[in-house]
Design a protein around this ligand. Structure first.
Ligand code: HEM
Ligand SMILES: CC(C)=CCC/C(C)=C/CC/C(C)=C/COP(=O)(O)OP(=O)(O)O
Length: 314
């Protein structure tokens, strides 16, 4: 190199390092979490300045991401032995565990403080509670101890609509509690569908997910049971007069669609031990549908609310 010439910048190295830090926040999973928070905010009565509303959504995104980052720090031992997670930045050795923990705690504290300052203390407290629940109750306590980890721990992922609502109103009401219940009951069939085909990973890591402790057949039955509960719960906002028929029509179709997927999971061709003969085809489809179901339900609620607000519907 000529004396005095600047050293070439290795942009690709910088980019892949940045990508690692971003991936610690589990951005793909968090998009739907943030969307449910946004809808909680949109359907809440009252007004919030658009800038403050955007800050509140950012806080939910960063807070949820921070919780995911601390989860990855704590789970680095089991993530290293699971095929699905072995390439994550900490087990792959690209990010120091201590640095990831500091990053997660810093973002968690900042998101809660900013939420409290930009909106109100109630929303800040709900956000803090969700992060603490996900980190301490789900990750550090239940995940490695009981197959009910998802059922109880799933509450953490159900808080965002309540947080969004609280950011606007400073309180809580029946509709956000119903939205909480919907995400809460949705989480087991969402996750257990995935765990049916990720079973070997969890077994190797010694994580007591339902297919490992109770077998695939029982997991399929439980998926069906929660989906049966979810369908009427999805309709509850209409039945209680808190949403209109547009939402009701979507809730009915999406609930029926999820039930059909759960039925196919139950009837999946399987051997005597319950192992799928088709590579868990039905479970993979049910997992994909679970994402469409929740996104569709919340989008329909926002649409229904908007149509009724502008007076297109009564
Ligand atoms: C304790 C509760 C939950 C557990 C254990 C769980 C588990 C998982 C797992 C293991 C994956 C695969 C992602 C990966 O390979 O990194 C996944 C994907 C996903 N989850 Fe969940 N989940 C939970 C709750 C939720 C909630 C509440 C939401 C949204 C409201 C959600 C949204 C998503 C989305 C959008 C994906 C797809 C991500 C992608 O495209 O890769 N999950 N979930
Ligand atoms: C506002 C706030 C704090 C929201 C939290 C959102 C939340 C709890 C989302 C759950 C999503 C998720 C990927 C769980 C997987 O945990 P896992 O450790 O079982 O999955 P892994 O094996 O992929 O790490």
């Amino acid at each position: 190199m000529r004396r005095g010439a600047a050293a070439p910048l290795d942009v690709s190295a910088d980019w892949s390092e940045l990508r690692d830090w971003i991936s610690l926040l589990k951005p793909r999973v968090m998009t739907l979490v943030v969307f449910t928070g946004l809808v909680g905010m949109l359907v809440a009565p009252g007004r919030i300045h658009p800038t403050l509303g955007a800050v509140a959504i950012l806080c939910i995104a960063v807070g949820a991401g921070a919780a995911g980052c601390i989860n990855m720090w704590y789970d680095r031992d089991i993530d290293a032995v699971m095929r699905r997670t072995a390439r994550r930045p900490i087990p792959a050795g690209r990010v120091e565990p201590g640095a990831a923990l500091a990053f997660g705690i810093f973002l968690a504290v900042m998101s809660v403080l900013l939420m409290g300052l930009a909106t109100n203390a109630v929303a800040g407290a709900w956000l803090a509670g969700s992060i603490l629940f996900y980190v301490f109750i789900y990750t550090m306590w239940l995940k490695r101890r009981t197959p009910q980890n998802i059922v109880i721990g799933g509450a953490a992922g159900a808080f965002p609509p309540v947080i969004g609502w609280a950011a606007v109103t400073g309180g809580v009401d029946v509709l956000p509690l119903l939205l909480f219940a919907i995400v809460f009951v949705w989480t087991p069939p969402h996750f257990w569908s995935l765990s049916l085909w990720a079973h070997d990973d969890y077994q190797r890591a010694g994580v007591p997910m339902l297919p490992v402790t109770a077998g695939a057949r029982e997991t399929r039955r439980q998926i069906m049971a929660y989906t049966v509960l979810l369908a009427p719960l999805g309709l509850a906002p209409v039945l209680l007069g808190l949403a209109g028929w547009v939402y009701g029509a979507y809730a009915l179709s999406l609930g029926a669609g999820f039930l059909l997927h759960a039925w196919r999971v139950l009837r999946e061709p399987q051997d005597a031990a319950g192992v799928s003969l088709e590579g868990d085809k039905a479970a993979r489809a049910a997992f994909r549908f679970s994402l469409l179901h929740l996104a569709g339900l919340f989008a329909a609620l926002a649409l229904d609310h908007w149509l009724r607000t502008v007076g297109v519907l009564g």
